[in-house]
Design a protein around this ligand. Structure first.
Ligand SMILES: [Zn+2]
Length: 122
């Protein structure tokens, strides 16, 4: 089974923009980074759980997974550790471009249903 090492993180002392002299904007930025780290940790845990389950049920190997990861990385023509460039669709209501990472049109608020479970994540 593939083991994913923990990601080193800077320690976050209890943020207080008043005590540290940090601006409110910086304090909000620190909070946002902390929330994103929490989401990343949860996604990493979900990926590990899914991979463990897939291996147990299918016999897939770490080498097969790494091969697929390399293929996904290379799909946009660049080996950069990213799945690809920002993908865009068209809003069904206002016909303006909407990044797939958004489930709601930023212009008119129209909601959209993802075509597949990982749309907007990759
Ligand atoms: Zn729209």
């Amino acid at each position: 089974m593939m083991m994913i090492p923990p990601v080193p993180r800077p320690s976050h002392a209890a943020p207080s923009h008043v005590d540290s002299g940090m601006s409110l904007e910086s304090s909000q930025g620190t909070r946002l980074v902390s929330e994103l780290e929490d989401r990343l940790d949860r996604l990493a845990m979900l990926c590990c759980a899914m991979w463990t389950m897939i291996q147990a049920h299918s016999g897939a190997t770490d080498e097969e997974l790494m091969h697929l990861v390399r293929d996904l990385d290379l799909a946009d023509g660049r080996v950069d550790g990213k799945a690809g460039q920002v993908q865009v669709t068209t809003c069904t209501a206002c016909q303006r471009p909407v990044a797939l990472k958004h489930l709601r049109c930023l212009y008119c608020g129209q909601t959209r249903v993802p075509a597949h479970p990982f749309e907007g994540v990759l």
